[in-house]
Design a binder for this molecule. Structure first.
Ligand code: MG
Length: 434
C-alpha cells in the first residue's frame, strides 16, 4: 500500500471516513464467515447422484400431512421455489420438482465434518446454524494481510470440497458483521474479501437489509427516513439515531460503520448440543403398548447413534406423548448411570410411558429425547453391580457393530426384530432435531 496523505495512518489511507473508526478498532483483525451452499439440498444431491441436474427440494415430510420446502437447489430456485412454501405450491411453479425427505442425521454428519476442517485453522469457530460459522483467523501464522487471508480462505474452500464434496462461500473481513455480509455477496463456491478499503466502493452501496440484524420491520422503519443502504445508515447523525431508534438503533449504525468488535465465541461440542431428540408421526395412530414399544425403539436407534457419534451420554430420557386430539405432554426418567445405549434409552422410554399412560385415547405421535448430556469419557462412578458393568459392555459392543454396519450399508440395513412388526409404524417419517 502506498502512502496517501502523510498525516494519515498509512493503514487507513484509503478508508472511507464513515468507516475509519471501525477500521482502527479492528486493526489487524481477520474474521471469516463460512456458509455451506444450499446445504440440505447439496447433501442430498451428493448422496443421490441421480438427483443432479434436476430441480430438488428437501421437505419436512413428503407426505400430505405436513409437507413444506425446507431447502432447494439452484435449479429449483430458478423456478421460483421458495423455502417454507407447501409442496403443492412449489410443484405448481416447477412440475418436475423432485422432493426428498429431510434426513437430519446426514446433515449433522456433514455439518460436523466441515467444522472439523475449520478447527484445523483456528480453535475459535462459532457455529451459526448447521451450515454457517464464524472463524477468528487473527493471529494465524500465515495471515498478515487480506491477500494472505484470501489465500487461506481459498484453501479452506478447497479442502471442504475435496473432503466432503460440498461447496462453501467464505466472507473475509475485519469484523463478524462484514464477514457475513461478504459470504452472502457471492455464491456459490466463492471467496469475497471486504477489507476496510472496500467500504466506499462496495459495502456502503449494499442494501441495509443485507446486513445481519436488519429484518423486515427495521428495513421499513429505515426507509421511512430515506435510509436504504449501509452507507446511508452509517452516515446518520448519532443524536438523531438515539432519539428516533434508541440504543438498538445505535448498535445497528455502529455495525454499518464497521465498528462491530464482537468476538468469535467458540462453542464446545457438548455445550452446543443440549439434548438429542427424535420424534415421529406415523401413518396410523398408536393403539397399544406394543405399538409404542416399536416406535420407542425406532426413535431411540437414531438418538443412541447420534449420542455415540458425538461422544456423549445422557443421564435423563424424556418422552413426549401427543394424543389424537393433539394434546401433548412430557415425562422423564433419570437413569442410574449415564448411557449412550440404544436399548437402555428405548427401555427407559417404554418404562416411563407405561407408568404414565392409561390409553384413554390413541396417540398421534411420540418423541424420545436424551437430556442431561455429558461427555462419554467423563469420569463416572462405577456401578457397584458387576452384572450391570457386564451388561453395559455387551450392549456397547452390539451398538458399535450396528453403527458400523449402518454407516456402510445405510440406516435401514439392519433392524431390530421389535421394530419390524409393522412397517406402517416404523417406516414412517422420522424427524430429528437438536
Ligand atoms: Mg447456507
Amino acid at each position: 500500500m502506498s502512502m496517501g496523505n502523510t498525516t494519515q495512518n498509512p493503514e487507513t489511507a484509503f478508508v472511507d471516513k464513515r468507516a475509519l473508526k471501525g477500521a482502527l478498532l479492528n486493526r489487524g483483525r481477520f474474521v471469516f464467515h463460512s456458509d455451506l451452499n444450499n446445504f440440505y439440498a447439496s447433501v442430498e444431491c451428493l448422496l443421490n447422484p441421480e438427483l443432479r441436474g434436476h430441480p430438488v427440494a428437501v421437505c419436512g415430510s413428503c407426505e400430505q400431512r405436513h409437507g413444506i420446502v425446507l431447502a432447494k437447489n439452484d435449479i429449483a430456485k430458478k423456478y421460483g421455489v421458495k423455502t417454507a412454501e407447501v409442496i403443492w405450491q412449489a410443484k405448481k411453479k416447477c412440475p418436475n420438482l423432485v422432493t426428498v425427505p429431510a434426513n437430519y442425521e446426514r446433515y449433522s454428519f456433514y455439518s460436523h465434518a466441515v467444522r472439523k476442517i475449520y478447527s484445523d485453522y483456528t480453535d475459535k469457530v462459532e457455529p451459526f446454524g448447521a451450515d454457517e460459522a464464524w472463524l477468528e483467523i487473527t493471529g494465524h501464522r500465515d495471515v498478515h494481510s487480506f491477500d494472505e487471508a484470501k489465500m487461506l480462505a481459498d484453501e479452506i474452500r478447497n479442502r471442504v470440497y475435496l473432503e466432503t464434496g460440498l461447496t462453501v462461500s467464505i466472507g473475509v473481513s475485519y469484523n463478524k458483521v462484514f464477514a457475513k455480509l461478504a459470504s452472502d455477496y457471492k455464491k456459490p463456491d466463492a471467496t469475497t474479501v471486504f477489507a476496510p478499503e472496500s467500504y466506499g466502493s462496495i459495502i456502503a452501496g449494499l442494501p441495509a437489509s443485507d446486513m445481519i440484524f436488519v429484518g423486515k420491520s427495521t428495513e421499513a422503519a429505515l426507509s421511512r427516513f430515506g435510509v436504504h443502504t449501509i452507507g446511508q445508515l452509517a452516515a446518520l447523525d448519532d443524536n438523531f439515531v438515539c432519539a428516533v431508534f434508541g440504543k438498538n438503533g445505535m448498535g445497528l449504525v455502529r455495525c454499518a460503520r464497521g465498528e462491530d468488535t464482537s468476538a468469535v465465541v467458540p462453542e464446545s461440542e457438548s455445550e452446543e448440543i443440549k439434548s438429542i431428540g427424535n420424534s415421529s408421526t406415523s401413518f396410523r395412530d398408536l393403539e397399544s403398548n406394543d405399538d409404542v414399544r416399536m416406535m420407542c425403539y425406532t426413535l431411540s436407534e437414531s438418538v443412541g447413534a447420534r449420542l455415540r457419534r458425538h461422544g456423549l451420554k445422557c443421564g435423563t430420557v424424556q418422552i413426549s406423548i401427543r394424543e389424537s386430539d393433539l394434546k401433548t405432554h412430557e415425562h422423564q426418567i433419570r437413569l442410574a448411570t449415564p448411557t449412550d445405549s440404544t436399548r437402555v434409552i428405548a427401555e427407559a422410554a417404554c418404562t416411563v410411558f407405561a407408568s404414565v399412560y392409561n390409553w384413554h385415547k390413541s396417540i398421534r405421535s411420540i418423541g424420545v429425547r436424551a437430556c442431561n448430556l455429558t461427555d462419554a469419557d467423563a469420569p463416572r462412578q462405577l456401578s457397584v453391580f458387576d452384572a450391570d458393568e457386564k451388561r453395559d459392555e455387551r450392549l456397547r459392543k452390539i451398538d458399535s457393530t450396528v453403527d458400523s454396519i449402518r454407516n456402510r450399508f445405510g440406516s435401514t440395513s439392519l433392524q431390530r426384530a421389535v421394530v419390524m412388526c409393522d412397517s406402517r409404524l416404523t417406516g414412517a417419517c422420522v424427524k430429528g432435531d437438536f
